[in-house]
Design a protein around this ligand. Sequence first.
Ligand SMILES: [Zn+2]
Length: 264
Amino acid sequence: MANKEKGFIKNGDRFRGEHRTYRGEILAALIIIVIVIAIAFRVNQIFYGFDNPQITPAGTSNAGKDEGAAKPPAGFRQSPDWKLMLVNHDHPLEKDFDGELTELRYGQSVDSRIYPDLQEMFDEMRENGLSPRVVQGYRSYSEQENRLRSKISEYMSYGKSKEEAERLALQWEAAPGTSEHELGICVDISSETGENASANEVWNWMDENCWKYGFIKRYPNNKSQITGVRGEPWHYRYVGAEAAEEIMKKGITLEEYLGAVPVK
Ligand SMILES: [Zn+2]
């Protein structure tokens, strides 16, 4: 932009002289203002203008702010308890993670406050003959931004328009600021072997026992209308033992537990 400005001012110089006029400068300034507004609008549209698209089957339109779409409930307030912080499309993070991280065996990190319970749960699973592995823990805002960008590029490389590519990419990647991974208190779990069968065993064990260690299955298959995210059997989130027991035993979601179910 700086170079462009210089260029325009130079052109403006041509009007200087006997009949000095600022037409060039004014025109240049107007063009720059229009470009800046257009860029700002576009960036905003890419990252904040799309709504709850993860549950939309490809080829259909779903924008949360459209008429008839789900909206966040009026009156919901975030809990002051860090374990119960709700992060989803309607409730983006207000600031970047600034806590302490603990690095895990394969390079992933989690909020240090959940580490003891996570370790205990993994120890228990290993004693039961399972071999769990954290494949994704904390993710920064910019990592999330990059993931979304590369997904958009991927769709564009298949010939999709930019708009369509963005819509499709958002079915797989959360907009930056709205991924629970940016909180550092959730984990995607697979097995050491990477085999589906052994990953399934790990998830089955988790579904039965995770609440004992303060974790919940965050995106059950049958709750995507509430969570806004397709079923993710691998994604578990820390909420603390008390909330986890109630959520898992009642078979509800964090949104339901917190009274934050989107309303039509
Ligand atoms: Zn996840």
